[in-house]
Write a protein that binds this ligand. Sequence first.
Ligand code: SAH
Length: 254
Amino acid sequence: MDDAALFALLVELHRDGERQGPGSEKDTLRALALTQLDTSAALQVADMGCGTGASTLVLASQLKNAHITAVDLFPDFLDILSQRISAGGYSEQVETLAASMDALPFTEASLDLIWSEGAIYNMGFAKGIEAWKTLLRPGGVLAVSEITWLHPDPPKEIQRYWHHEYPEIATASEKIAILERGGYDLMGYFVLPSTSWIQNYYKPTEDRIPAFLQRHAGQLDAEDLVKVERQEADLYQRFQDWFSYGFYIARNRG
Ligand code: SAH
């Protein structure tokens, strides 16, 4: 299957979801509290890889005087986010930007807060935090969730899977060391709970699958995509004690 066809199917399966990756309103609020930012200030904020805006909308509800740019590669996700922005009454605060997170038009040192949930893996954690540091003002804050081993020495099956899917997976201490070497100081870290994966992401995705398969009856590429999604959910169910998203909140040392 070519990339364009795969992306079209992926977007179709996920655009009707509340979110496109694990997380929750509670997780977003917890991370926001750890930024120690003044929530009434006129902050310049970017939400990288925002999807249909699960985190963007929570940020907009809390940061009343901020300007939030919600960035995603896929305009279809942003179209849905735009509807959610209007419905929530956030049109003054939030704008959407269809762009790749590794080629962004922001001015250097212009952002007070960079947010990214379940998305930095698309450019890789090390590359992402380096590129985004130049966009943050000194003292600006990065809040990012990243796939993390919860213990050293995971079982071979899950190790093989992740080393194939995302070789940058590592324990929190390794991720924190990358942040510190990259010019950030850690302000907080926590692990996304299982409910943020299963209730908020895998279960709603699974609920949309029968209709998706019906729309694509007999199409092998759609069936293959469903297999991959179900394999991922199954691996999470079986190995959830070993990995999760870690949420890292860190300040640009300047
Ligand atoms: N933050 C959202 C979506 C997470 S899924 C949430 O938590 O629900 C990852 C998102 O990254 C998807 O919306 C996908 O379209 C987006 N994405 C993938 N590659 C990207 C890139 N190069 N630049 C910007 N966004 C990208």
